[in-house]
Design a protein around this ligand. Structure first.
Ligand SMILES: Nc1ncnc2c1ncn2[C@@H]1O[C@H](COP(=O)(O)OP(=O)(O)OP(=O)(O)O)[C@@H](O)[C@H]1O
Ligand SMILES: [Mg+2]
Length: 256
């Protein structure tokens, strides 16, 4: 028997008033796979993530490891290992990079309140351990130790993008939805990003990557979905999509 996909969406449809932002969009990503979602501005890519994580009203179905999770709110999906980043960076600005990361780790595995109150040393040890893990994770995602005590807003932009991914990954992501992680990145940061995503895939994560940087997405994705005006224009392996005249036209048409 083959394993069900890590994450599958079937017939996702989103309406904003009379406007259909997404029409019958279906895709799946398996463990150890990167699915790329591309398409011109306004095609419905981010809306796809918002529908998947139940942040907008939608029709259609969402399955996580073969189980129907369509009705679950984002925080319940997160507990099951479905994590996402946003097109804009979102950090807690008043605390340090390390505290942001530690918080993300502690959120995923809470001590019951009674234990935290009655056994403060347990809570202390747990926090201390989380800080160690947080520090190591940050370094792994390309945020060097000398930046951990700073507020996130003072990091170089490329490092902030990597921090977003580290926070989404925490330590228990099974599926990552990444909304334009390479936006605004330069060459060296782009390489670090590509390397990191390839390593996460090798670890068995399912990754859905929305990206405008064609070089990156063509290099990384195992399979691509092309959206245009809320519809699935094409899907297939990168080599096939690159040669698809409809895809070229969708991009050139919008650039003109
Ligand atoms: N909450 C909302 N209310 C009304 N319209 C919305 C809402 N969110 C998105 N839209 C519209 O839905 C369409 C798809 O938007 P979406 O943000 O998904 O596009 P996108 O493919 O992510 O574009 P980009 O590449 O610019 O990020 C756009 O026309 C957008 O204006
Ligand atoms: Mg978007």
């Amino acid at each position: 028997m083959t394993e069900p996909p890590r994450l599958e969406v079937r017939g996702l449809t989103v309406r904003f008033g009379g406007f259909r932002a997404l029409s019958e969009v279906s895709w799946a990503v398996r463990s150890g796979q990167i699915l790329g979602i591309i398409g011109p501005n306004g095609a419905g890519k981010s809306t796809c993530f918002n529908a998947t994580t139940n942040m907008v009203r939608h029709d259609g179905q969402v399955l996580l490891d073969g189980q129907d999770v369509t009705g679950l709110p984002a925080h319940r999906l997160a507990k099951r290992g479905l994590h996402r980043t946003f097109q804009q960076n979102a950090f807690f600005g008043g605390i340090s990079v390390l505290e942001n990361m530690t918080g993300a780790l502690l959120r995923t595995a809470g001590t019951p309140l009674a234990a935290a109150v009655l056994l403060p040393w347990v809570e202390y040890r747990r926090r201390h351990r989380a800080e160690e893990v947080a520090g190591a994770l940050l370094v792994r995602f390309g945020v060097p130790a000398d930046l951990h005590a700073l507020p996130p807003g003072s990091l170089p932009y490329g490092t902030q993008r990597m921090l977003s991914i580290a926070l989404a990954y925490a330590d228990d992501a099974r599926v990552l939805l990444l909304d334009e992680p390479a936006a605004g990145l330069g060459g060296q940061d782009m390489e670090k990003l590509a390397e990191t995503l390839a390593a996460l895939r090798a670890e068995g994560l399912g990754i859905v990557l929305i990206e405008h940087h064609m070089d990156l997405v063509m290099e990384l994705a195992d399979h691509l979905v092309v959206l245009e005006q809320g519809e699935m224009l094409a899907e297939g392996p990168p080599s096939v999509i690159q040669a698809d005249p409809r895809v070229l036209e969708a991009y050139l048409g919008h650039a003109a």
